[in-house]
Ligand binder design. Structure first.
Ligand SMILES: [Zn+2]
Ligand SMILES: [Zn+2]
Length: 349
């Protein structure tokens, strides 16, 4: 994975708007601002030929629904062949490296086993997630929207998931060699350790990331049983954010779930399930001591973004910094593997 080089003039108005959105997302800035810029991209793309030029020349960009003074300024300056001031300021402010350390591993990461689109609780359409992944140098990505029981996150029913799989196959086919888009799910681990999607649908997916999102304060013994049952399920490939903790951010903090981590990681190693290193700064999950325990248990790892917006795909740099600092060998990180190897592993062959 690479960082994006700063844009220079001349720049296409859509590229300028997309880049502002990306820069705000990667550093988790004001979501309303992000929505304004991402929304403006859709508005501009939806215009008939010549319509944008007419509005630029007439100074009537803000007459367009969804275009305000900031987005109009960016469009007008880009259309005039200049680097928009707003974009230049954001590149200056938010364009630097996200983190120091882990650069070698960051570069080696070519895939992602955990990311969301606006089909569940993500903020970006699938196409924009894919386009950004290509720009960041990903060779493959697995879309893993939520499962039905997570209603608050607009989890996908079996019927919606079936439609999404068809769409992903079409998108993947249309992209040729530039990236491989795989169909996956972030499936809820239910209280008894079973999974929140039918066998038939799980069978159709390329990869399954399984996570606990409910009853995180369950006592240690049933929580251990719950996780062991999930890890032993042959459909599961990645154990997502295993402790459920939140260490910072707008949702507040939350302590880690109690479970026998050694037993769970040993089961992961036995069943060839990768332990996710969730890169989101507010999760930073599992904590360092548990990464070390999983390393000792012989586990594979997946450094994932858990991106809910295109710019957040780059957050894997945080996970890479942690993995490199904790001495996780690259060979054991599935998100550095070539897509064929990843697929064969996920199929269990
Ligand atoms: Zn999750
Ligand atoms: Zn997620």
């Amino acid at each position: 994975m690479r960082s994006l080089q700063p844009l220079e003039a001349p720049v296409d108005p859509v590229d300028a708007l997309r880049r502002v959105g990306f820069l705000l997302e990667r550093t988790r800035q004001h979501s309303r601002r992000v929505e304004a810029f991402r929304g403006a991209v859709d508005v501009v793309r939806g215009l008939a030929e010549g319509e944008l030029a007419t509005h630029v020349e007439g100074g009537t960009l803000t007459d367009l629904p969804g275009i305000g003074p900031s987005t109009a300024g960016v469009i007008a300056q880009a259309a005039a062949g200049e680097l928009p001031d707003y974009l230049a300021a954001k590149q200056e402010e938010h364009g630097g490296p996200l983190v120091t350390g882990g650069e070698t591993l960051t570069e080696a990461i070519i895939g992602d086993c955990h990311l969301h689109s606006d089909w569940s609780d993500g903020g970006g359409p699938i196409e924009e997630m894919v386009l950004t992944a290509v720009e960041l140098g990903h060779e493959w990505m697995v879309l893993t929207d939520h499962s039905p029981r997570l209603r608050i996150a607009n989890g996908l029913s079996a019927a919606r998931l079936a439609r999404q799989i068809d769409l992903l196959r079409r998108i993947d086919h249309s992209l040729g060699e530039s990236i491989t888009v795989l169909a996956g799910i972030e499936v809820d681990i239910l209280d008894d350790g079973s999974l929140d999607q039918s066998e038939e649908m799980l069978d159709r997916l390329d990869l399954v990331t399984a996570s606990v999102h409910s009853k995180l304060r369950m006592p240690r013994e049933p929580m251990t049983r719950r996780m062991l049952t999930a890890v032993a399920n042959p459909h599961v490939n990645v154990l997502g954010h295993c402790t459920g903790r939140l260490v910072t951010g707008s949702r507040g903090t939350r302590p880690q779930s109690e479970f026998d981590a050694r037993a769970v990681f040993e089961a992961c190693a036995e069943h060839d399930v990768a332990v996710e290193i969730n890169s989101r700064p507010e999760r930073c999950d599992p904590p360092d001591d548990l990464v070390e325990l999983a390393l000792e248990a012989g586990c594979l790892f997946a450094i994932d973004s858990d991106a809910h917006a295109p710019g957040q795909l780059e957050m894997k740099a945080y996970g890479a910094e942690r993995a490199e600092r904790l001495g996780v060998p690259q060979e054991r990180i599935v998100t550095t593997w070539e897509v064929d190897r990843l697929r064969a592993w996920a199929r269990g062959s």
